[in-house]
Design a protein around this ligand. Structure first.
Ligand SMILES: C[S@@+](CC[C@H](N)C(=O)[O-])C[C@H]1O[C@@H](n2cnc3c(N)ncnc32)[C@H](O)[C@@H]1O
Length: 208
């Protein structure tokens, strides 16, 4: 493995095993084969638990990381949780552009700290597929007002453990400051909404 690949992964995985724990918790409730991860940077952890992952990022370091296929395979092999074959694809693209991927073809769309992915990429998610999204860049709020998406669970994080919780869902996504959430407002703000409860992330199901 090229040392640049090793270094980038070590930095990404500085809370060792954190993303493995996250995606293991998600895989416990989401039976996904095809996963799309726009704005992934070098977070290759979904490939530890899901068979086929398409990563998308504009960053040159991410492009170089995934171009080192031996290095990427080594990282996956050291962390993989089952013996299914893995398929890893990297698109060095802006996820707001047409990704030339079939619409409604992915089982899981991941949106973590990388902008309004749900707005641009939900079209690639099949009806019934899942969106894993956090609130830091406003994308959870964007999903919450998207008629294609329905909240089905939250992911909580405590003592280094992730848990999927599908109870009391009506107590989440309540803004601290009472105001109408619109796409225009979210674009204007450029950051997430402060909610009365703050789980690590949310799981939505695509319903339309
Ligand atoms: C803060 S990092 C988060 C990386 C990863 N999702 C994680 O949680 O560790 C945000 C990444 O999103 C990428 N990104 C932001 N906007 C993008 C866009 N429009 N198209 C593709 N990649 C984008 C950046 O290049 C960067 O690598």
């Amino acid at each position: 493995m090229e040392s640049a690949t090793r270094k980038l992964w070590a930095k990404q995985d500085r809370h060792q095993g954190d993303r493995l724990r996250l995606f293991t918790a998600v895989a416990g409730v989401v039976d996904a084969t095809r996963v799309l991860y726009p704005g992934s940077f070098v977070d290759i952890a979904p490939s530890f638990v899901f068979p086929s992952v398409t990563y998308v990022d504009v960053d040159r370091r991410a492009e170089r990381f995934f171009a080192d296929t031996d290095g990427a395979e080594e990282i996956i092999a050291a962390n993989v949780t089952d013996d299914r074959p893995r398929s890893v694809t990297f698109l060095h693209q802006d996820y707001r552009d047409d990704l030339d991927l079939p619409e409604q073809s992915f089982d899981l769309l991941i949106s973590l700290y990388a902008g309004f992915i749900s707005e641009h990429c939900t079209r690639y998610l099949r009806i019934g597929g899942r969106l894993l999204v956090n609130s830091s860049h406003g994308d959870a709020a964007m999903a919450s007002i998207d008629p294609r998406c329905e909240l089905i669970a939250v992911i909580t994080s405590r003592d280094d453990r992730y848990r999927v919780d599908a109870t009391d869902l009506d107590t989440y996504l309540i803004p601290k400051k009472s105001r109408a959430i619109t796409a225009e407002l979210l674009h204007e703000l450029g950051h997430g909404i402060a909610y009365t409860r703050s789980p690590f992330a949310y799981l939505f199901r695509r319903v339309h």
